[in-house]
Structure formats: structure tokens, C-alpha cells
Design a protein around this ligand. Structure first.
Ligand SMILES: CC(C)(COP(=O)(O)OP(=O)(O)OC[C@H]1O[C@@H](n2cnc3c(N)ncnc32)[C@H](O)[C@@H]1OP(=O)(O)O)[C@@H](O)C(=O)NCCC(=O)NCCS
Ligand SMILES: CC(=O)OP(=O)(O)O
Length: 335
């Protein structure tokens, strides 16, 4: 059984106490999830948001600001001026002036990302209220890309329900949140980053399926060619990775179908890293797996950033918030 992020953290807690900045501190699911993370001794939390609204949300959970649960209101915080100046330095080449920088620093997303950038928080989580576009754009601008990452993409960790059918397994789906229509070279980079994320967070040897509506030439189309080229690029760049493509989902997931459609493959039928050809396929597939298949979906987790910043679906639950806090801490440990 694959361990969840919370279970992994219970086994090996970081040496220094993590601090997670929640950029939507007034949302009831964020507050409940953050309090659960704090009670489970995973992290201290900073709830970023308007003071009175965050206090009310805490009160609704029978809690208040205390040791390890802090409230930061960007409108009144002593740090906002520093963050405005830093944002100005980072973005003046894009025409940002000091007034604009001050307005950005007062937004909850930017303020929370600045807490991470300046080392006051280990990572940040948002997206229960804001769209993924806004969460990602803020992270790219303030936290930036890790050296050598090449690009930023995202993934979901998918965990099967207890009553799942035989063969169900924990998987990583990518990209379901960020890169809308990757080129073949970008698709290869997404797959390679996802393999590293699967090792770090699922603690498993990645078996990568490059997904398509075609398996091994069963259909001919330029969009199929993109997946074939990405598979070739990945094989050339990382010959040690186990990868197969192009594969349909059934060939990737079901051993008997994999054997029939891609005989002799060491990935078909056993894949645990599913790489989708574009964001339509990835986003729709993760939601179907979650909402009809009953899998729990943790993400979108971002890969390729210099420091951890993660997103949520606006449809998330408090438990999703606790789980992605755990993922954020694990990423900081393995970065
Ligand atoms: C991520 C996203 C917001 C970036 O879009 P955007 O703001 O239009 O992007 P731009 O092309 O203007 O780029 C903005 C900045 O991000 C950078 N960037 C964009 N995508 C990037 C990526 N994948 N990796 C690294 N940098 C990236 C650009 O280089 C640019 O940097 P700069 O401002 O320093 O020049 C966009 O790809 C998006 O909307 N994705 C889909 C999100 C979504 O709706 N998901 C569905 C629900 S989960
Ligand atoms: C990941 C995702 O689809 O986010 P949302 O549901 O908020 O659009």
C-alpha cells in the first residue's frame, strides 16, 4: 500500500519545524485543513487574510490564533512594505512601478509567496478560492523557477479508495493544471520531472505512460506524432527511465490490455506515472478519476519552482488542504 504524504511525514519529520503560509486564511476549508495539520504536529501555519475574517473563520472552528497558528493581514502587516520593495525589484523590468508593487504586495497570494521567498515560510498553499492561473502566475513571478528545471508544470497524486477494484494503485497524473498545450519537447520535460516527483512523493520506481488516443501506431495524426516524439526525446535524454508510448489509458493501466496492445512492454499495464498530451485531457481525466472513480486527488502540486508553492482545486475539501500541506513539507525536504 502506498503511503500518503501525511503518513510519510509521520515516519520522518523534518529537522526544523516547517511553517506553511496559507494564502486564503479566511476560507473555512483552509482554516480546518491548516488546524488539522497543526494538531497533527506537521507544521506551524500562517493564515494570510483580512484579520477580522480570519479570526471569524478560526472561531467557527472553535480555535483562535495561538502558538503555531498566526494571522498575517497584508493590509496592516509590517512586512508589506518590504515585500512591495522586493516585488518592485523583481518586476521593474516589466514596467512595474512602486505603486503597482505595493498593490500587488497587499494581495494575499503575493504576500504568502513573499513569506516563502524571504525564508519566513517553508512553502505556500492557495487555490481554494483563486484560480490556478492566478496561483501559478504569482508563484512564477515571486518564487521563480529552480535552476536547471527548464520549465514549471504540475501534477496530481491519485490514491485509490479502500474498496477499489483489483489492480488499482497510487499514481501520478501530469499535467492536469498548468501547461495548456505542451510541445513534444515540453511533454518530455513534464514526464522527466514527474518521474522525479513520483520517486520523491509516491516512493516508487516510475513507470511512465505517454498517453494518447492511439497505441503503437493504431491511429495516425499530428497530435499522436507529438506524443511519439516526446517519448523518443525522453528515451534519448533519460535512457534509464522506464517509459512507453504512445499508449491509450487502458493499455497503460490494465495488464491484459497492455499485453495485447503493447506486447513485451515493461510499462504497459503497470504504469504509475500517466502523462497526458494536453491540459484538456489531464484536467478532465483527474476529475473523472476523482469524482467517479473515488480516488483522492492531491494537487495541483507544482514542480520546477525554486521553493514549494502549491495549488488546490476550488472544489477541494479540508482534508485535501491538510494533505497538500504535507506534500509541500515533503517537497521542501527533498528539494
Ligand atoms: C500558467 C499560466 C497561468 C501562465 O499563463 P500566462 O500568465 O498567460 O503566461 P504568460 O505566457 O504571460 O507568462 C507569464 C510568466 O510566466 C512564465 N511562464 C508561463 N508558463 C511557464 C511555465 N510552464 N514554466 C515556466 N515559466 C512559465 C512566462 O515566461 C512569464 O514570465 P515573465 O512574466 O517573467 O515574462 C497559464 O499557462 C495558464 O493559465 N494555465 C492554465 C491554468 C488553468 O486554468 N488550469 C486549469 C485548472 S487547474
Ligand atoms: C485543478 C483545477 O481544476 O482547479 P479548479 O477546479 O479550481 O479549476
Amino acid at each position: 500500500m502506498t503511503k500518503t504524504p501525511i503518513e510519510l511525514l509521520r515516519e520522518s519529520a523534518p529537522a526544523t519545524r516547517p511553517v506553511i503560509a496559507l494564502s486564503e486564511g479566511q476560507d473555512p476549508r483552509i482554516v480546518a485543513g491548516a488546524l488539522a495539520a497543526h494538531k497533527a504536529d506537521l507544521a506551524d501555519v500562517i493564515l494570510v487574510g483580512p484579520q477580522a475574517e480570519v479570526e471569524a473563520a478560526l472561531q467557527a472552528e472553535g480555535a483562535s490564533a495561538s502558538d503555531g497558528v498566526a494571522i498575517h493581514d497584508p493590509a496592516t502587516s509590517d512586512l508589506t512594505e518590504e515585500f512591495a520593495n522586493l516585488y518592485y525589484e523583481l518586476r521593474k523590468h516589466k514596467g512595474v512601478d512602486l505603486a503597482k508593487a505595493r498593490a500587488v504586495a497587499e494581495t494575499q497570494l503575493a504576500y504568502a509567496a513573499m513569506l516563502v521567498r524571504t525564508g519566513r515560510a517553508t512553502g505556500t498553499v492557495g487555490g481554494a478560492v483563486h484560480t490556478t492561473g492566478d496561483v501559478v502566475r504569482t508563484a512564477i513571478q515571486i518564487i521563480g523557477m529552480a535552476p536547471n528545471a527548464g520549465m514549471i508544470s504540475s501534477f496530481f497524486l491519485m490514491y485509490p479508495p479502500e474498496n477499489a477494484q483489483p489492480g488499482a494503485r497510487a499514481m501520478l497524473y501530469s499535467d492536469c493544471g498548468l501547461v495548456i498545450d505542451p510541445s513534444s519537447a515540453e511533454l518530455a520535460k513534464i514526464a522527466s520531472a514527474s518521474a522525479a516527483s513520483a520517486r520523491a512523493l509516491l516512493r516508487t520506481e516510475p513507470k511512465i505512460a505517454m498517453l494518447s488516443f492511439s497505441t503503437k501506431g493504431s491511429a495516425k495524426h499530428p497530435v499522436v506524432n507529438k506524443v511519439i516524439e516526446a517519448t523518443d526525446t525522453l528515451r534519448a535524454d533519460a535512457p534509464d527511465l522506464q517509459v512507453d508510448g504512445e499508449l491509450q489509458f487502458d493499455a497503460a493501466f490494465v495488464p491484459s490490455v497492455g499485453e495485447r496492445k503493447s506486447p513485451g512492454s515493461d510499462v504497459a499495464g503497470q504504469a504509475n506515472v500517466m502523462i497526458f498530451p494536453n491540459l484538456d485531457a489531464g484536467n478532465i481525466s483527474y476529475k473523472i478519476t476523482q469524482r467517479i472513480g473515488g480516488y483522492s486527488a492531491i494537487g495541483p502540486v507544482m514542480q520546477g519552482l525554486a521553493q514549494p508553492a502549491n495549488d488546490l482545486s476550488r472544489g477541494c475539501s479540508a482534508d485535501d488542504v491538510t494533505q497538500i500541506i504535507a506534500v509541500t513539507i515533503l517537497q521542501a525536504q527533498t528539494n
